[in-house]
Design a protein around this ligand. Structure first.
Ligand code: SF4
Length: 470
């Protein structure tokens, strides 16, 4: 295999020896990768099913002596934050190498009906809609706290992955490409990854005729590899590595895709996922339980209902799979609680979306960028802050669980502050880098950069409220 020496995709990245070799190693060890995936499927199944069969943990239960608390810590304290961080470091390597749902859907597809993918599955709004629905539903049934909701949400998603795999495609991951609730989030975060499978188009075309007997590869998540520019849909499985001597795992600038490529590729669904999903719905979902506003609104509504002699919303409860209902543990949400919860998340998403979008739109105006595309492009610059938010939110679970078990974590507030400052600065830098490439003089560009900075204020303040004020 030739080591490429030319610049690939105009990104300024040159395949480095070790990464390139790792990509080739992955291609040549797919059997090992598959065994690894089945091992993860086994661990995943144990963590998902065993806690449901056990009694709910009591006050004396700890990570080290109770399987339910242990599974809770592994899923929400290590697994999910770890997967999100891995997206930023390695792209979607998790999806291609370790994800149990990916392995199961591909397995089902290998032995399934192999039907054509219907149009409704290809709808580009699924990543946003599926993320919002799963996030909100998870809060309604307290997915971070109890094992049955975990089985319902994660197990339901896995079942969906297997059914879709069985029905559509052959040896493919149709679920992962179109319907997985975190596909959109993973794709967005992977845009910052400092590595990707770069494709040398000229070499591909040149070698296509002479390498006609070369091994064929199966790209399970249905990426058009020849034209691949972004690692967003790529599961980094390595199967295409070295194809036509034109595909190689290589390093790249983590800023390059957002500043340069997103100008062409960003869509309205990306903007909705980043602004309304990751910076709106997710913030509302993470902070409602610690918000004094939530309590005040609930009390206000309760008083109003009592004054009008409408008592049932304060007393009525629903089954646990609709709204949290664990009477034995004194943890029950009434219909009123549920309504305020939904209203709180919706209001947070709306207010943050407006407070972020208006300065972004004004920044586009100032640089005379018309139409939706410049706005969609600029919203990609928010990805570092959006990513740090979900990582901070999920790691709050890690901290809560560890503190409950007596670990002193005095360094955590400083670490959170450092991450928030770094992510905000990175987002501002990306936004400014996009804006300075637009039309207009220095004054307009400085004004646009300041407007972009203004868009960062509301989400940062929301995290400050949650971690330092409430
Ligand atoms: S493009 Fe497809 S085959 Fe190539 S590494 Fe990505 S997921 Fe694997």
């Amino acid at each position: 295999m030739t080591i490429f020496t030319k610049i690939v995709n105009g990104s300024g990245a040159v395949p480095s020896g070790r990464l390139l070799a790792f990509g080739m190693w992955l291609r040549n060890h797919q059997v090992l990768v598959r065994r690894l995936q089945w091992a993860v499927v086994g661990i995943y199944a144990i963590l998902l099913i065993v806690p449901v069969l056990m009694p709910l943990p009591g006050l004396a239960s700890h990570i080290w002596n109770n399987v339910t608390v242990f599974a809770q810590f592994v899923f929400w304290g290590i697994w999910w934050p770890g997967v999100l961080v891995s997206m930023l470091l390695f792209g979607r390597l998790w999806c291609g190498l370790l994800c149990p749902e990916g392995a199961l859907t591909e397995f089902a597809s290998r032995h399934g009906r192999g039907r054509a993918i219907p149009r409704w599955v290809r709808w580009p709004g699924w990543p946003f809609v599926a993320f919002v629905l799963t996030t909100v539903y998870g809060q309604m049934i307290s997915v971070y706290q109890y094992p049955a909701p975990v089985l319902l949400i994660l197990g339901g998603s896995t079942l969906g992955a297997m059914i879709v795999g069985y029905l559509y495609g052959r040896n493919k991951r149709v679920w992962c490409r179109y319907l997985c609730p975190v596909n959109g989030v993973f794709g967005v975060l992977a845009k910052l990854a400092p590595m990707h499978y770069g494709v040398d188009r000229a070499k591909w075309d040149l070698n296509a005729a002479t390498h006609s007997h070369e091994h064929r590869f199966n790209c399970a998540p249905l990426v058009a590899v020849k034209n691949m520019e972004s690692p967003s849909p790529c599961h980094m499985c390595g199967r295409c590595s070295g194809f036509h001597d034109a595909v190689a795992l290589q390093s790249r600038s983590p800023n390059d895709e957002i500043v340069r490529l997103s100008g062409r590729t960003a869509t309205i669904w990306d903007s909705l996922l980043i602004i309304t999903g990751l910076m709106g719905v997710a913030i509302g979902a993470f902070e409602w339980s610690s918000s004094p506003w939530f309590v005040e609104i609930k009390q206000m509504l309760a008083m109003a209902l009592v004054n009008h002699n409408i008592i049932w919303p304060l007393q009525a409860t629903l089954p646990w799979w609709i709204l949290t209902n664990y009477a034995a543990l004194n943890d029950v949400l009434t219909v009123l609680d549920g309504a305020v919860l939904l209203g709180y998340i919706a209001a947070t998403a709306l207010v943050l979306s407006v407070l972020i979008s208006i300065p972004l739109k004004l920044a586009c105006r100032v640089t005379r960028s018309r139409g939706g595309q410049p706005f969609f492009h600029l919203s990609h610059a928010l990805i570092p802050l959006a990513a740090s938010g979900v990582i901070l939110g999920l790691s709050a679970q890690t901290v809560t669980l560890l503190r409950a078990d007596g670990f002193a974590l005095a360094w955590v507030p400083m670490a959170r502050l450092a991450l928030l400052i770094a992510a905000t600065t990175w987002s501002w830098w990306l936004g400014t880098s996009i804006l300075v490439r637009k039309d207009g003089g220095a004054v307009q560009k400085v004004a646009a950069s300041l407007l972009f900075a203004l868009a960062l204020v509301a989400p940062v303040y929301a995290w400050v409220l949650m971690f330092w004020i409430w």
